[in-house]
Design a protein around this ligand. Structure first.
Ligand SMILES: Cc1cc2nc3c(=O)[nH]c(=O)nc-3n(C[C@H](O)[C@H](O)[C@H](O)COP(=O)(O)O)c2cc1C
Length: 186
C-alpha cells in the first residue's frame, strides 16, 4: 500500500485546498490511500518556547503522520504571491529539532498542488515552495503540475469536485505521483 499524507495549508472551513485533497483521495486506484492532515493548532514558531518546552505535542502528532507516510502532498494556498505564513510555520516546526529533520523529510517524495479562485492557480506559491523542499532534502515530483485556477467554480456546496476536466487532470497527477512515490519510497 502506498500511503500519501496530504496537508492542507489552509485553516478555512470551506478551503478549496482542503477540498482538493479530498478530491485527490477519491481519484486513487487500488493500492494507494491518501489521508488528510491539518496544520490546525500549531503555534507560531518561537525558539525560546522550543528551548524551554520542546516541540509542541500537536507538531509531534503531525510529525508522526509524516513519518508513517510514503509520500507527502502539500496543498498550498497562495497569499500575496507567496506561501501562506501559517503553512510555512507548520513545516518549520516539523523540521525541529534539527536531529529530526532528516528523519522526517530527507528523500521523502513530495508533490505540491494548490487551488485558488484567481486565474493563476497558486503557481507562484508552488514555485516558492521549491527552495524549502530543497532545503529539507526532499524528493520533489516534477512529473506533472496541478495548478487549480477558478477553484470556486469547480466544487459544489458540499465541497465535492464537480468539474470533470479538473478531476481528470487530478487523477492523472495523482497516478503519476503515486507511481513516483512507490519507486522512491524510503
Ligand atoms: C492575505 C491573502 C492574500 C491573497 N493573495 C492571493 C494571491 O496572491 N494569489 C491568489 O491566487 N489568491 C490570493 N488570495 C486568495 C486566496 O487564493 C483565496 O482566499 C483562497 O480561497 C485561499 O485558499 P483556501 O480556499 O484553501 O483557504 C489571497 C487571500 C488572502 C487572504
Amino acid at each position: 500500500m502506498t500511503k500519501i499524507l496530504g496537508i492542507s495549508g489552509s485553516l478555512r472551513a470551506k478551503s478549496f485546498n482542503s477540498m482538493l485533497l479530498h478530491a485527490a483521495a477519491q481519484t486513487l486506484e487500488e493500492g494507494a490511500e491518501l489521508e488528510v492532515g491539518s496544520i490546525r493548532g500549531i503555534p507560531l514558531f518561537d525558539q525560546d518556547v522550543e528551548d524551554a518546552e520542546g516541540v509542541p505535542q500537536v507538531v509531534e502528532d503531525l510529525k508522526a503522520r509524516v513519518l508513517a507516510c510514503d509520500g507527502l502532498l502539500l496543498a498550498t494556498p497562495e497569499y500575496n504571491n507567496g506561501i501562506p505564513g501559517a503553512f510555512k510555520n507548520a513545516l518549520d516546526w516539523l523540521s525541529r529539532p534539527p536531529e529530526d529533520t532528516a528523519k522526517v523529510f530527507k528523500n521523502r517524495p513530495v508533490a505540491i498542488v494548490g487551488a485558488s479562485p484567481g486565474g493563476f492557480g497558486t503557481i507562484l506559491a508552488q514555485n516558492a515552495w521549491l527552495p524549502v523542499v530543497r532545503a529539507l532534502g526532499m524528493r520533489p515530483y516534477f512529473g506533472g503540475r496541478l495548478v487549480m485556477s477558478h477553484a470556486h467554480r469547480a466544487f459544489d456546496d458540499d465541497g465535492e469536485m464537480t468539474d470533470a476536466v479538473t478531476k481528470d487532470r487530478l487523477r492523472d497527477f495523482m497516478r503519476g505521483f503515486v507511481e513516483f512515490t512507490g519507486q522512491n519510497s524510503r
